[in-house]
Design a protein around this ligand. Structure first.
Ligand code: SF4
Length: 400
């Protein structure tokens, strides 16, 4: 058995910058998935690899604290391609990452690929499990079996990865509380370091959305609430800190890369559909291999929805995403980070949330949502939008 060394501790207070690479390939499309992904042909992969190189050459490259290779399914790539992508990122962005996550799927991860990733310096593996039950996997259109999950998890641990996340999904049509509880128990039995638990959403243009709109399946909001609460209580009792609405970690295993994005740090996104927030702007690449390649050929990246960042926009998003974190938001620190931003319009809103039992304040400027608040954090976020006045970075003297 390979000895598992604990990763170097990383300060969770630091802000990125982070690097994200979208690998837009999957073995097949899951019935709930709205991410940009295609089933690849060999030529697609060759052109993708060439274009990632082209996009890197267009970036203002610099040392990055974290890297997250997601998708899609990065593990569908050949180990030789995983290696060449990894070397490209290392060479361009500072030689090593303090935290480096690669997403894998149970059906495509192999010991040889894991060895290459470990040798490159990847520190964290995130595996899309969704469920341990054949019926649920079938209902989600997942192309793997429970047996493949267990085998892949063993390979990941045997390869020496000491930081492993499992993704699970709940509120699957037909799933009851006992079935979800059984998935949570099975996940805990494997002792992962981190768990992401997502409530199934029905995104347009997915097979599940079609089934929902045809009345073949039903959504049950009362069950969703029950399963959220069951998850939070069960995982807390199992020693996993609930640090974001959908994320849980054993001590020292929060995802630093995601924390940076939720706290509105900078990140560079590469690949089709990847969003970036860097150097005073945010934008995304087109969710299409052809359109992305054409943009790069013209020397362009991050054109879709591109907007200049302003202190008001960043402060607003730092509050909206920060309230999804159990640490909440330090409004006093945000006022120091964005001098000149007036938070006064927010205060009556925060007071109303407090009066309604949805938010608590420590009296020193830090606010966080209660359990009841977290259950409706999307609605609370939508109400916050527009409450922080806009000023450009130039007006606020943050940028020239
Ligand atoms: S493996 Fe992940 S990215 Fe690919 S189709 Fe399924 S959910 Fe979407």
């Amino acid at each position: 058995m390979t000895e598992i060394r604990q990763p170097r501790p990383v300060s969770i207070d630091q802000h990125g910058p982070g690097l994200y690479l979208h690998v837009p390939f999957c073995a097949r499309s899951c019935d709930f998935c709205a991410f940009y992904q295609v089933v690849p042909h060999r030529d697609d992969i060759r052109r993708y690899l060439e274009n990632v190189g082209r996009e890197v050459s267009l970036c203002n490259t610099r040392k990055m604290a974290t890297c997250f290779v997601g998708g899609g399914t990065p593990s569908v790539l050949h180990e030789r391609d995983l290696e060449s992508l990894g070397r490209l990122l290392l060479d361009a962005f500072g030689g090593e990452f303090e935290e480096w996550t690669v997403e894998v799927a149970p059906g495509s991860v192999k010991p040889g690929k894991l060895r290459r990733l470990k040798d490159l310096g990847v520190t964290r593996i995130s595996m899309g499990v969704q469920s341990f039950q054949p019926g649920m996997l079938d209902a989600l259109g997942r192309p793997h079996s429970p047996k493949q999950i267990y085998r892949a998890f063993d390979w990941i641990r045997e390869s020496g990865f000491a930081n492993v996340n499992l993704d699970l999904m709940f509120a699957v049509p037909g799933q009851d509380a006992a079935q979800w509880r059984s998935d949570l128990e099975e996940a805990i039995r494997l002792k992962p370091d981190h768990l992401s638990t997502y409530c199934l959403t029905f995104e347009e243009d997915t097979a599940l959305y079609v089934r929902l709109s045809e009345g073949r399946i039903e959504r049950n909001e009362a069950t969703e609430t029950e399963l959220y609460l069951e998850t939070w209580r069960f995982l807390a009792a199992a020693g996993y800190a609930h640090y974001e609405v959908s994320n849980f970690a054993r001590p020292g295993h929060q995802c630093i890369h995601n924390l940076n994005t939720w706290r509105m740090g900078d990140w560079i996104g590469l690949g089709p559909a990847a969003a970036s927030q860097q150097d005073g702007w945010r934008g995304a690449n087109p969710p299409d291999l052809e359109a992305w390649s054409a943009d790069l050929a013209g020397g362009l990246r991050g054109q879709s929805g591109r907007e200049g960042l302003s202190p008001g926009l960043l402060a607003e998003d730092a509050i909206v995403f920060g309230l999804r974190l159990s640490e909440g938001v330090d409004l006093a620190a945000l006022e120091r980070r964005f001098p000149g931003i007036c938070f006064e319009p927010l205060r009556p809103f925060m007071k109303r949330l407090e009066d309604d039992g949805l938010l608590v304040s420590d009296g020193k400027g830090r606010v966080r949502l209660t359990e009841s608040g977290l259950l409706i954090c999307d609605a609370i976020g939508a109400e916050i939008m527009g409450l922080v006045p806009e000023r450009t970075l130039v007006e606020a003297g943050v940028m020239k």
